[in-house]
Design a protein around this ligand. Structure first.
Ligand code: SAH
Ligand code: SF4
Ligand code: F3S
Length: 454
């Protein structure tokens, strides 16, 4: 049976039930984008949606495997769903995403969590109708974690936002950083055709979307797997040429492939965010080598210097891993030196987490957990001061802000992101959500800048 037949058959079964589905995505924006496709397929099969798992007839947890605590959290949630299943035996529970793409995890779920009806790997979103049909036909447990060659351009999508859209431009990763599970659970790089991406963005802009977030594990290698395809800087320029009032953001950008051509495109494209997320991971060449990052701190700083030579205030953010196996005090100091030199507006820092199957998992690690914790706290303290100081440069400046929510910290305020990627809060009503606003910055906190609408 093919997918379309499965969809039709399920629609028939569901026509008198209108089942309610609860879909929850964990992890990165690529995973959330998969979650929107899972919802699209469920919608096509006749489901409605609920935010309350107790109310659901179908529950899908779309999981992340990047660190152990992400997995532990999901196992906790799956455990707690046993009760729901007892109360409603017809409840269907499916687990998808990066966790289930690891066969040992799929096996653990099958063995130890009988409340789960099916698991589906990251390639298998298209297989959802067939997996669901199995459940409806009484099959106790089904799984599809196979690696398909291709991805579908035609999976329907129910987007979480009406003004911010994620657009994957490529799937998978070829880099095999030694700590990272992603290449094992997402497979090799597969770029979408640029004309498909451009048509999708055109349609989104026509539909009123104001932020287009281009996604890939390393957008800088976009097109390398396709003959005669554009490079990422060319794609950025092509999307910039689409008419309309919108901002283009993208992530992530691997420093080994961050070229002058990319930086020039960011400056030339008036719709591109004036911000770059450039994950460095460590400031120590020894660590970078053992992480298989394929650049040195010096090479990284050359890119930073080129960006800052064009705009000394340019906003940069990064990812840091603290406590990679056998990271010494000197290695860690090199990271601190680097963050003091670059002056990031924000860093996302993670304590190294051992991932079964990766190269780094085989290293005998002699650094104790307490040292790692202390390093993390020092890093955060230093970065907090850097951010607070750095944000002051925006005071007096006007920023364009895409408003995305009401402020969680101040009554009567709204919050959003500026073209520089800064979190901005200002007095205003919720009717501004989804719109651009011109804001003059009046104050800097260590988590955001504050302003007045002009
Ligand atoms: N492709 C992106 C990263 C995706 S994962 C890139 O290369 O920039 C997001 C971040 O999680 C990574 O940048 C890294 O800092 C962190 N990370 C990945 N694997 C990790 C691990 N095993 N332990 C701790 N942090 C990890
Ligand atoms: Fe993981 Fe490295 Fe690929 Fe990023 S580039 S997803 S860190 S292997
Ligand atoms: Fe997590 Fe998979 Fe993304 S491991 S970070 S959800 S690619």
């Amino acid at each position: 049976m093919n997918n379309n037949d499965a969809v039709l058959e399920i629609r028939n079964i569901f026509s008198d039930r209108e089942p309610k589905a609860y879909v929850r995505s964990f992890g990165c924006q690529l995973n959330c984008s998969d979650g929107e496709k899972i919802k699209g397929l469920l919608g096509e099969m006749g489901c409605t949606f609920t935010d309350d798992e107790k109310d659901a007839d179908i529950i899908i947890l779309n999981t992340c495997a990047v660190r152990e605590n992400a997995e532990d959290r999901v196992f906790g949630i799956i455990g707690s769903m046993k009760k729901l299943k007892e109360l409603k035996p017809s409840l269907i529970i499916g687990i998808s995403g990066c966790m289930t793409a690891q066969s040992h995890i799929a096996e653990k779920i099958r063995k130890s969590y009988p409340q789960v009806d099916f698991v589906m790997g990251t390639y298998a979103i298209n297989a959802l109708p067939k997996l669901l049909l199995d459940c409806l036909n009484g099959v106790k447990f089904s799984a599809d974690i196979s690696e398909y060659d291709d991805f579908s351009e035609t999976v329907p999508q129910i987007r979480d936002s009406s003004f911010k859209a994620s657009v994957p431009i490529m799937f998978g990763c070829n880099n095999f950083c030694t700590y990272c599970i992603v290449p094992y659970v997402r497979g090799r790089e597969r770029s979408r055709r640029s004309q498909d991406i451009i048509s999708e963005v055109k349609q989104l802009v026509r539909d009123g979307y104001k932020e287009i977030m281009l996604l890939g594990q390393n957008v800088n290698s976009y097109g390398n797997d396709r003959e005669c395809e554009m490079s990422f800087p060319q794609l950025l320029r092509a999307i910039n040429d689409i008419e309309g009032d919108f901002i283009i953001r993208f992530m992530s950008s691997h420093p080994k492939d961050a070229s002058k051509e990319l930086i020039d495109a960011i400056f030339d494209c008036e719709k591109a965010a004036k911000h770059l997320h450039l994950p460095v991971q460590s400031g120590s060449d020894e660590m970078l080598k053992r992480m298989n990052r394929r650049y040195t701190a010096e090479k990284y700083l050359e890119i930073v210097d080129y960006i800052r030579s064009r705009d000394s205030d340019f906003s940069l953010t990064t990812d840091i891993i603290v406590g990679f196996p056998n990271e010494s005090d000197e290695d860690f100091e090199a990271t601190l030196d680097l963050i003091k030199r670059v002056k990031y507006d924000n860093i996302y820092s993670f304590i190294y987490s051992k991932r079964t199957g990766t190269k780094a998992a085989e290293i005998d690690d002699h650094t104790d957990e307490e040292t790692k914790g202390q390093r993390m706290r020092r890093l955060l303290d230093i970065q907090r001061d850097i951010s607070t100081e750095g944000y002051k440069r925006f005071i007096g400046r006007k920023m364009r802000v895409l408003v995305d929510d009401v402020s969680k910290k101040r009554e009567g305020y709204v919050s959003g992101k500026s073209d520089e990627g800064m979190s901005v809060e200002f007095e205003g009503s919720s009717s501004l959500i989804g719109q651009f606003a011109e804001v003059e910055i009046t104050d800097a906190m260590n988590w955001a800048v504050i302003g007045k609408m002009v």
